[in-house]
Write a protein that binds this ligand. Sequence first.
Ligand code: SF4
Ligand code: SF4
Length: 77
Amino acid sequence: MIKSINREKCNSCSLRINTGCPVSDSCHTDAIKLNGEGFPYIAYPDDCDTCFICYLDCPNEAVEVSAQIPVPFMTVY
Ligand code: SF4
Ligand code: SF4
């Protein structure tokens, strides 16, 4: 699931070239939206299906996505 979008790591790459931030366009579930300034924010985290596309599309690793490990695989025998 998407965890955070780090504004300190974001260098506004899309604002400098006057395009929308690619991570909002790449999210096929619309979990990420752009605010009025053009920065991405997590609008619907529960809609995220952990595809990692937004993570891959950000050149500055500003997007953190965590793979959710099913509980049975976390058990240590
Ligand atoms: S792609 Fe990453 S660095 Fe560029 S505007 Fe979006 S969050 Fe910021
Ligand atoms: S991991 Fe996939 S579904 Fe989740 S916010 Fe990123 S692009 Fe959207």
